[in-house]
Design a protein around this ligand. Structure first.
Ligand SMILES: *Cc1c(COP(=O)(O)O)cnc(C)c1O
Length: 358
């Protein structure tokens, strides 16, 4: 064979930024380590959930229910929506990929705040569409006026991340409704509510309530955070029927495993116990935020299960100091570090690091 032409990866794919996962700690003799780098739930699975998953594992030779019927039935009942308004996938990130695939192509635009969830630029770029990133305000909040102003004829989708990962503040209901009134109804608005169970601020919106009155609004939720199923990969959208159907049409066949479906259904049945754990995490979050502020840190309003430290150029040094003490954080070079709320002992180690680093 002579020098043959090589297969050409699409230019949009060649230019994709890498998703940087939160690093796990390395085991070190004599040091207790804490993974506070991925916003995971620190609690182990509830017994009933584990048993449901184990039971589903017994039939792993069979394909899962492609229609996710038990999961859709449980969610429809829980949320008071028709099952046809649901579309699940292997994590809400996958559902977002499917939604963007359904609505965007080369030349289209997707508007979102920045800095926000690092999966957004990748998911948008895969479709060939262009990201329009609207800077956060000084308080690390969404600038919804600027986001509305950034919408053009080419805009197909707007993503609102509330609470915002990695900075923490939530969008209020009043702000959101005023914003939605300005968005043309041909533009899909995705409300990424990955951390909604942790929100305790006033005037909070409920994406499922908002979607009921608006033909272009989608509530996107996940079992990865409050429900503690990050390792099983299951998330979903609640959307008007045509949008939900388009997302389901783009989804991978048999994407959500039978184990994940069973665990998600069992988690919904044990929601009360799970939400008690969420309350404990929220109490820890508020304790950590107060302690940080007492130490002199300027922490944005924290409504998720994480806090944001705007360290700027000191971010790398801080992450290294935290790692030395046994705590893994998620650094964003030159900007800041996101630290998940973990078990109290891990949070205490973090507070020791922040006190020394001030
Ligand atoms: C963690 C997270 C998700 C959920 O991702 P999964 O794919 O469901 O694990 C979605 N959006 C944001 C902003 C997140 O931080």
């Amino acid at each position: 064979m002579t020098t043959a032409e090589t297969p050409q990866v699409r230019s949009a794919v060649q230019a994709l930024p890498a998703y940087v996962p939160g690093r796990p700690p390395e085991t070190r003799p004599g040091v207790t380590t804490y993974k506070l780098s991925s916003n995971e739930n620190p609690y182990p699975p509830l017994p009933g959930v584990l048993e449901a998953a184990a039971e589903a594992a017994a039939t792993m030779n069979r394909y899962p229910d492609m229609g996710c019927s038990a999961l859709y039935a449980a969610l429809a009942e829980r949320l008071g929506v028709p099952a046809g308004h649901l579309a699940a996938g292997t994590g809400s990130v996958a559902v977002l990929y499917h939604l963007l695939q359904a609505f965007c192509e080369t030349g289209d635009e997707v508007v979102y705040a920045w800095r926000s969830f690092e999966a957004y630029p990748i998911a948008v770029a895969v479709t060939g569409a262009t990201s329009v990133r609207v800077p956060l305000t000084a308080g690390a909040r969404h600038d919804l006026d600027a986001m509305a102003a950034a919408i053009t004829e080419r805009t197909r989708v707007v993503i609102v991340c509330s609470p915002n990962n990695p900075t923490g503040p939530a969008v209020t209901r009043t702000e959101l409704e005023a914003f939605l009134d300005r968005v043309p109804t041909r533009v899909v608005v995705v409300l990424d509510e990955a951390y909604r169970e942790f929100v305790r601020s006033e005037d909070v919106f409920d994406g499922v309530e908002v979607y009921r009155d608006r033909p272009n609004v989608v509530a996107m939720r996940t079992f990865a955070k409050a429900y503690g199923l990050a390792g099983f990969r299951v998330g979903y959208v609640v959307a008007p029927e045509p949008i939900a159907a388009a997302v389901r049409a783009c989804a991978l066949p048999f994407g959500v495993s039978s184990i994940a479906q069973a665990a998600a259904v069992a988690s919904l049945a044990r929601e009360d116990e799970l939400l008690e754990r969420v309350d404990a995490i929220v109490a820890e979050r508020d304790r950590v935020v107060s302690a940080l502020r007492e130490q002199g840190w300027d922490v944005p309003d924290a409504q998720g299960n994480f806090v944001w430290l705007a360290l700027g150029e000191r971010t790398g040094a801080f992450a290294a100091a935290a790692e030395e003490a046994g705590v893994m954080v998620r650094p964003f070079a030159g900007e800041g570090a996101r630290v998940s709320i973990g078990e109290p002992a891990g949070n205490d180690v973090l507070l020791g690091v922040t006190a020394a680093f001030r």
